[in-house]
Design a protein. Structure first.
Length: 344
């Protein structure tokens, strides 16, 4: 009732958009905080990836704030209701602010994931490294011009925000760019979800460990699925009652951007959750961690050659378990961000 009195145009898809965004945003924020905790107290690596993740999270929070304001001022509701309560100007202002920061947030998220995987790979697999760099650069190079174009699609920003001059705007170039950015985001998410499996499958480690790590690092497929649906929903930008149907597009945009933050934060926080899933994964013990405590060594950057250097027989998990148990403590946790140190 309070929202109806203060924001009379609030309704339609607006409440769903706010609920979905705040729920996923809360989960993502908790994971970001846990990621900071892991970085400070457990794993001293991955600072650059964490900073990019924080940057992407900040842009996503800003996007969510403007998305909530847009919903309160009529996003997701019928255009006739917005006109009745004279909310079209505020609806346009907050909607396009949301779109502007959304485009930048999605690109920053792709960079954050790419940087994280680059730190995992280290100096190994140069083709994979260049692929990750290309994904990051391509997303930034495409996103920045589109974000700027948002404000000049009607010639002048004042025209974009003027309810009486909307017929002067040609929406078709913006719709085409929305399809392009959505397709690029979906393809990038799929590649960033598949690449970790390719990296892990080339290592001589236990099969269960490969499946477990591939599952954890491949959660980006959910963000890719949301990006595909969001791209499909871009067709609602070319309808008569754009305020109502844009609410559907925004809901899937929120799902995509927050899932991107959530999925990129799951692997770095794995040390905190590993004990609860140990009985399911039964991962191979950290023999390399045990050896490093006995004889510290530097990592050459090639994960496979490092395994051969230490002569680690990971396939023989039973003997590894016995060796660690006799020492008094079982080292079974898997810290993905320490992969570049040769611990896998």
């Amino acid at each position: 009732m309070a929202n109806s009195n203060r924001f009379p145009a609030y309704g339609g898809h607006g409440p769903t958009s706010i609920c979905v965004g705040l729920t996923l945003g809360s989960i993502a924020t908790i994971l970001i905080l846990l990621r900071i905790y892991v970085r400070v107290n457990i794993n001293k690596l991955g600072t650059t990836a964490l900073l990019w993740a924080l940057f992407a999270w900040t842009l996503t929070v800003v996007t969510q704030v403007f998305g909530v304001l847009a919903s309160l001022h009529g996003l997701g509701n019928y255009l006739t209701i917005l006109a009745q309560y004279d909310e079209i100007h505020d609806f346009l202002k907050f909607t396009w602010l949301t779109v502007f920061f959304f485009v930048l947030a999605i690109a920053a998220g792709k960079v954050a994931v790419s940087v994280f995987l680059l730190e995992v790979v280290g100096k190994a697999l140069p083709r994979i490294r260049w692929t990750l760099i290309a994904i990051a650069v391509l997303n930034v190079v495409c996103a920045v011009p589109v974000a700027i174009y948002v404000w000049f699609q009607c010639g002048h920003p004042a025209t974009l925000l003027n309810p009486l001059q909307q017929k002067q705007c040609d929406r078709h170039p913006m719709i085409a760019l929305t399809y392009f950015i959505g397709a690029l985001a979906a393809l990038s998410d799929l590649l960033l979800a598949i690449i970790p499996s390719y990296i892990l499958w080339s290592l001589q480690i236990h099969r269960k460990l490969k499946w477990g790590l591939s599952l954890i690092m491949g959660t980006g497929v959910f963000a890719a699925a949301a990006a595909i649906v969001r791209t499909w929903a871009s067709r609602f930008l070319d309808v008569e009652d754009v305020s109502y149907y844009t609410g559907i597009l925004f809901i899937w945009g929120e799902i995509e951007e927050w899932l991107l933050i959530i999925c990129m934060s799951v692997p770095p926080t794995w040390p905190l959750f590993k004990p609860y899933f140990q009985r399911f994964l039964e991962a191979t013990p950290r023999v390399a961690s045990y050896l490093r405590r006995r004889e510290p060594a530097t990592f050459s950057g090639d994960l496979r050659s490092e395994l051969r250097t230490h002569n680690i027989d990971i396939a023989n998990a039973a003997k590894s378990n016995m060796a660690l148990k006799t020492e008094g403590k079982k080292q079974g946790w898997i810290e993905l961000e320490e992969a570049r140190d040769g611990l896998l």
